[in-house]
Ligand binder design. Structure first.
Ligand code: GLA
Length: 382
């Protein structure tokens, strides 16, 4: 058994003296299609072998207790009249999920939970969706709530909107719940259905580099971007930017600021890039895929303006290295990881030179991660 699972399991048994139900809920990467999910567009994520390990059992003590093993922080609470805690507190992910289950007229009774993860917070790999999904999945199992996977991801997403305050799309929760080993999922965020693509880049590989920074305005900037997109689709009389092409946008150009025009243009172009990337993967055309990935970063940096100096620097390092076919920031932005498509024989050369240059420039270290594509949220069999 993986050490993290055993840690979580023994912490649970020490604290609550019963055998728990164990759940793994993965984080995700995203090959391409950023900020397109809340525009009903396409994204191309995959679940990974890093995530949240959670141990659950029913409680007959009259209260519920959740213990975040990473932070050595625990909270005891009653299930009635749940309210969001102070912004930024981890328990909002748990409270939010319970409250959203209750809104569906499903009954959750008292329970105990211990969890721990190995996704660095702020890395853009969706530790929050992994946690939300682990909670909803565990409670569904424990109390036979009869929720489908689609119900569960919408509960996780609503928890994020109403308790965490981020008006996120559905990509992270979907990828974490529905992941398939060795596959990425081309997800249509309108129908919330996906097509799996087996990922085997032969002599190339995806490598993540974490800037180890997360700039503080990221949540409000995220919500602002979403409002801009909704405002512009409203002006165009369409449901979401997914329904527009560049010519449609041109027609309302004089009704929006040039900054907002660029943002909407980015979304339309990024949506097309996600579709083109899936074709490139089908055809094994990694050069095209790499260029689309570079194009995505360029748009995120200059048009959508959700990148930051540290991410841009790492992408520049990738461009300087002949072993890298494509690199871009991944996730919501303002920090976290870059995702890089690198020739296997050049990985050491690239990661070493990029790490050295990063340390020299910012006086702090970045971190390199290798991930495997994994199955979605599931029960860990003892
Ligand atoms: C965050 C959100 C997702 C998505 C990405 C950007 O990860 O949670 O819904 O919008 O940012 O693509």
């Amino acid at each position: 058994m993986n050490t993290l699972v055993s840690n979580v399991k023994s912490a649970f048994i020490n604290k609550f003296k019963t055998e728990p139900l164990l759940i793994f809920s993965p984080g995700r990467i995203n090959i391409i299609g950023e900020h397109t999910d809340y525009n009903d567009g396409f994204v191309f994520p995959a679940a990974v072998n890093k995530g949240i390990f959670a141990a659950f059992q029913k409680s007959d003590s009259g209260t519920s207790t959740v213990y975040a093993l990473d932070m050595d922080s625990s909270i005891e609470f009653s299930l009635e009249n749940l309210k969001p805690s102070k912004q930024g507190h981890w328990e909002n992910y748990v409270f939010g999920v319970i409250a959203e289950i209750q809104k569906k007229n499903k009954t959750v009774s008292n329970f105990n939970l211990v969890f721990k993860g190995d996704i660095p917070a702020g890395s853009g790999m969706s530790s929050s969706a992994a946690l939300e999904n682990s909670v909803v999945y565990g409670l569904n199992e424990l109390f036979n709530l009869g929720l489908s996977k689609h119900d569960m991801i919408h509960i996780s997403q609503k928890a994020e909107h109403n308790y965490v305050g981020v008006n996120c799309g559905i990509m992270d929760q979907y990828a974490s719940m529905f992941g398939i080993k060795n596959n990425a999922l081309l997800l249509d965020c309108r129908t919330v259905e996906s097509k799996p693509y087996e990922i085997d880049f032969k002599d190339h590989q995806l490598v993540l580099i974490n800037t180890n920074v997360k700039h503080s305005l990221s949540d409000s900037a995220y919500n602002d971007r979403r409002s801009v997109c909704e405002h512009i689709s409203g002006l165009m009389g369409i449901k979401a930017l997914r329904d527009a092409n560049e010519a449609d946008l041109e027609k309302i150009k004089d009704q929006v600021t040039s900054e907002n025009y660029q943002k909407a243009l980015f979304v339309i172009q990024e949506n097309n890039r996600a579709i083109k990337a899936s074709k490139a993967i089908e055809e094994g055309d990694l050069v095209t895929l790499g260029n689309l990935i570079y194009g995505s970063h360029d748009g995120l940096q200059h048009q959508y303006k959700v990148s930051c100096e540290e991410l841009d620097f790492l992408v520049e390092q990738a461009k300087l290295n002949k072993h890298v076919l494509g690199a871009r920031m991944m996730g919501g932005g303002f920090g976290g990881c870059t995702i890089n498509l690198v020739a296997k024989h050049g990985i050491e050369d690239f990661t070493e030179s990029a790490s050295k240059a990063y340390e020299k420039k910012f006086n702090k270290a970045c971190s390199v991660y290798f991930v495997e594509l994994s199955n979605g949220t599931h029960v860990i069999k003892n």
